[in-house]
Write a new protein. Structure first.
Length: 162
């Protein structure tokens, strides 16, 4: 329960945090309650269902399994929002494809606390992925740049409808 009166807000957003909530449906109910009629709610988050080829999942496969359990699919979010009463619910998927310099990325990965996926996996899983990446960087014949892919989802819904 959010500590606000019903109909308090015109706009509410949840940016890159929805997967951390234990009671996702309860949160969506609370948001719906505190929105004014014609108020809008927007969720922005990763969509691991759409990017299992992300390098984090390649090197740290335990993270993919955890994320698939923590991140609701767009279909699940939409169905839950509609069941609660949100109208005009729409999904936008943004696929980001880019080249990842593994030498630079290794420096980032070594700072484990900069990525929630790395914080969530076991120490053993983290060490195994880090060791694999370090070994590849030490191998003169291994590629130092790899294709990477990340999908971001934006889901919008309204209380009421236009």
């Amino acid at each position: 329960m959010l500590p606000f009166r019903s109909g308090s807000f015109d706009f509410i957003t949840c940016q890159f945090g929805f997967h951390h909530l234990r009671d996702k449906a309860g949160m969506l109910h609370s948001v719906f309650n505190v929105l004014r009629f014609d108020g809008q709610f927007v969720i922005r988050n990763l969509c691991p269902h759409e990017h299992p080829d992300w390098l984090y999942y390649d090197y740290f496969p335990e993270a993919l399994q955890l994320d698939l359990a923590d991140f609701w699919s767009p279909e699940t979010v939409v169905a839950t929002m509609k069941a609660i009463g949100f109208a005009c619910v729409a999904v936008e998927l943004e696929h980001l494809r880019f080249e990842q310099d593994l030498r630079t990325w290794l420096d980032t990965v070594r700072l484990r606390d900069t990525n929630s996926q790395l914080m969530a996996i076991s120490d053993r899983g983290y060490e195994a992925g880090l060791h694999r990446l370090e070994s590849e960087m030490a191998d003169a014949n291994a590629p130092k740049v790899r294709a990477d892919h990340l999908c971001l989802m934006t889901i919008r819904g309204e209380k009421g409808g236009r």
